[in-house]
Each structure stands twice: as structure tokens, then as C-alpha cells.
Design a protein around this ligand. Structure first.
Ligand SMILES: [Zn+2]
Length: 179
């Protein structure tokens, strides 16, 4: 049923957030495991949220794989973790989503440092609007601010804005099977 609805392109966002802990860790792990299984059964891309829960997230993905289920394509969105965590996700074939945090002077510094180590083809850009505000004088972000994210990535990698926009658009379209 879900699969027949053309508006449904992904399972998520889902994942683990040990920073906010809106539910207990145990509840989060239970729900996440079931959502990953659903994505495997439907073979729909997984849109993941992970905050301070890198190890547990990988463990659940590995557990599900051990049950003989095949993981669909995975993107870890709104990435704010460490370089090691980013490279682990990349080595597993996952994609990484960057928001406007990458534009922030202090909070984005470590993301700009790790950016050159990630293939451009594995990057997606987003705003997480209305959250993750990063533009001066505004309390929230807007979808159009994704242009600033692309521009910043181009600056850091010293490549044209058009190349970042084109490549990330292609990646996103094929990841969510929009083409
Ligand atoms: Zn999220």
C-alpha cells in the first residue's frame, strides 16, 4: 500500500537522538529497529537522524542486516558529528546530508574541515527548515537557503556553485528515485 503511493519516497526521518531524548533510549532503539526493518521490507531509502548515537545506530543497522534483511540506500541527514563518524558512514556506502550549520562560523568549522574528505557524489544538501537557522537576523531557515549551503560547499572545495548544485541534485534525485 505504502509502496503504491507515489508521494511516499522514503522511510523516515527516523533514528536515534541521545541529545534530546524525547523518548527513552530503549524506546528509541525499539522504534528505530522496526522502522529499519520496514525500510528493508519495502526497499525504500532510509532517511536517518543521528545525534550523539553513532554507535547504537550502526549496531541496529548491523543487527537488522544479520537477520538476513538487505538495507536500502541510507542518508544520514543534518550531519553534525565527527570526521571519524562521517568517514565510517561513507565507508559503509551511506550518504551524508549537510545543512546550514556548515555555514556557521564556529559550529560549522569542523564540518568544513572534514568536507574535502567526502566525495561530492555522496553529499546531499538541505536546510532542515524551519530548524537550523543560520542566516543573520532570522530565527528560522527556509528551503531556499539550501542555495547558501551549496555556495558554502563550493567555496570550501574551491569548485563552482553550479557543480555542487548539479551533483547534489543528481544524487538526491536518484537516491529518492525522483527521476
Ligand atoms: Zn533530523
Amino acid at each position: 500500500m505504502i509502496k503504491e503511493n507515489p508521494l511516499v519516497v522514503s522511510v523516515g526521518e527516523c533514528g536515534l537522538d541521545y541529545n534530546r531524548n524525547f523518548s527513552t533510549k530503549k524506546q528509541q532503539r525499539y522504534a528505530f529497529r522496526e522502522q529499519v526493518k520496514l525500510a528493508c521490507e519495502l526497499q525504500m531509502p532510509l532517511f536517518l537522524h543521528e545525534r550523539e548515537a553513532h554507535k547504537d545506530l550502526l549496531e541496529i543497522l548491523d543487527d537488522v542486516t544479520a537477520e538476513n534483511l538487505t538495507l536500502p540506500p541510507i542518508v544520514v541527514h543534518c550531519f553534525t558529528g565527527t570526521e571519524e563518524e562521517a568517514l565510517t558512514y561513507i565507508s559503509r556506502g551511506y550518504f551524508i546530508g549537510f545543512t546550514g550549520t556548515i555555514c556557521k562560523r564556529d559550529r560549522g568549522a569542523h564540518l568544513r574541515d572534514l568536507l574535502p574528505k567526502i566525495p561530492l557524489e555522496r553529499i546531499m544538501i538541505e536546510t532542515d527548515a524551519p530548524f537550523m537557522n543560520f542566516k543573520k537576523g532570522r530565527k528560522s531557515s527556509e528551503p531556499i537557503d539550501v542555495v547558501d549551503v551549496a555556495r558554502k560547499i563550493g567555496q570550501v572545495l574551491a569548485i563552482p556553485f553550479e557543480e555542487v548544485a548539479g551533483t547534489t541534485f543528481k544524487t538526491t534525485s536518484s537516491f529518492f528515485r525522483l527521476d
